[in-house]
Unconditional design. Structure first.
Length: 429
């Protein structure tokens, strides 16, 4: 467009109130481009919305309208339409949105999970309080099945969360849902062979969001956690603490959002464990396997639970086995617990500052004594102490408990934070 204006093909003053986004094909077609949402948002945020009108390809119309902040979006299909509109020969084309995209399938339902009361409670607490969750158990125990159903109990994205997730997915070139805005929390499950760049973002010629950014507002699921490269896992520590990832390269550097719920699953040992006595690994092999998971990373999991294979009666069902709760029922409790937390302290329980715990998660004398005992026996670190109190606050909110935390809230929170090196693969009472 700058070249056309310099050549006198379009009036120079006509391009000033327009922001042009798109890729020009050799046949004059204007093609959709990745990152249109962030470009439109930048245009709308840099100037008054009535000053500049984004001119976008028809393929980017939905996301452009969602991020335009009141600006008039002008969709075009060809360069000729743009030139004739700028010359005043024709009005700006009134194009319809492209055919409806296929809506993503609804997430799987928790009703499909039989048994697993401890793991289900941990999943519900993770969703309600925003707590990171680690599940350890033998193959076939249902760890992946549980993680895939976490999105179904999370509330839909709204406001800034939806805008942020939309911008990140647009920048990555992912297909956006009908209507442009991402409302369903994303679920990302990278393979354990993923590189550091694939996980945290970056690249050589251009910076691209990694899995930690693509999971913003949703769930990052790491299956077979012990098989990931230790350097990749340690690269998650800073995003988990700060909610952003800072990517620096020789040519550029940027800060990308990385506010996600981390859910991980791993076997208790290289052979997978299984029923008592079935493990074929010696102590050296088990210790080497666990050393792949650093202590600082494990300490960032508020919830660590063992997942055993369900009982045969639970799998086969029958009249004696009650049906499992569906996702809708659990989601209602999660939404109420989140509302209570946001009304009380303005953030989820996992984000309560250590200095504010005495105000928002006070302790009864018996609960304080229980925590003191765990600290004296070196079963808790300083970070773990704070995380246990936050989890206990979430469990109390799910139980509609108001007031100081009781000792049974702390005991249950400790029960959902079993040490990986003391037999987490065994059943948790």
């Amino acid at each position: 467009m700058g070249l056309l204006a310099a050549n006198g093909d379009v009036p120079l003053e006509s391009i000033h109130p327009c922001g042009f986004i798109g890729e020009l094909g050799l046949d004059g077609t204007v093609h959709a481009v990745p990152g249109a949402a962030s470009l439109v948002s930048a245009i709308a945020g840099a100037v008054r919305s009535d000053d500049v009108a984004p001119v976008v390809p028809i393929g980017n119309l939905a996301e452009a309208r969602a991020l335009a902040a009141g600006a008039q979006v002008r969709p075009v299909a060809t360069l000729l339409q743009v030139v004739r509109a700028l010359r005043g020969d024709d009005p700006w084309p009134d194009l319809d949105e492209p055919p409806c995209r296929d809506e993503p399938a609804p997430p799987p339902d928790l009703a499909d999970v039989h048994g697993q009361p401890v793991a289900r409670l941990a999943l519900e607490a993770s969703a309600a309080g925003g707590h990171h969750l680690l599940m350890v158990g033998p193959p076939g125990s249902g760890k992946t099945m549980l993680a895939q159903r976490l999105v179904g109990v999370l509330p839909p994205l709204r406001g800034d969360e939806a805008l942020e997730a939309t911008i990140v997915q647009s920048a990555a070139g992912l297909t956006l849902p009908q209507g442009g805005l991402v409302r369903v929390p994303p679920f990302r499950a990278p393979h354990h062979t993923s590189s550091m760049v694939a996980m945290v973002g970056g690249g050589t010629a251009s910076l691209r969001p990694g899995e930690v950014s693509l999971a913003t507002g949703g769930v990052l699921f790491l299956d077979e956690l012990g098989e990931f490269a230790p350097s990749v896992l340690d690269g998650l520590r800073q995003p988990l603490e700060e909610g952003v990832v800072r990517v620096a390269r020789a040519r550029a550097s940027t800060t990308l959002p990385a506010r996600f719920l981390l859910v991980a699953a791993t076997n208790p040992c290289p052979c997978g464990g299984g029923p008592p006595g079935a493990c074929q690994c010696d102590d050296t092999a088990r210790a080497r396997y666990l050393r792949r998971l650093s202590g600082p990373l494990l300490d960032r999991f508020d919830l660590r639970v063992g997942v055993e294979r369900p009982h045969i009666d639970e799998l086969l069902g029958g009249e004696a086995v009650p049906p499992s709760e569906p996702s809708a029922t659990v989601a209602a409790r999660v939404a109420e617990a989140r509302r209570v937390a946001l009304d009380r302290q303005g953030c989820l329980n996992s984000a309560i500052a250590p200095a504010s715990l005495d105000e928002f998660a006070p302790l009864m004398p018996a609960a304080r004594l229980l925590l003191r005992t765990e600290l004296e026996r070196d079963r808790l670190t300083g970070r773990g102490y704070h995380r246990v109190r936050r989890v206990a606050r979430t469990l109390a909110d799910l139980d509609a408990h108001v007031g100081p935390l009781a000792d049974h809230h702390i005991a249950l929170a400790m029960q959902l934070r079993v040490s990986l090196r003391t037999g987490i693969g065994r059943a948790v009472a």
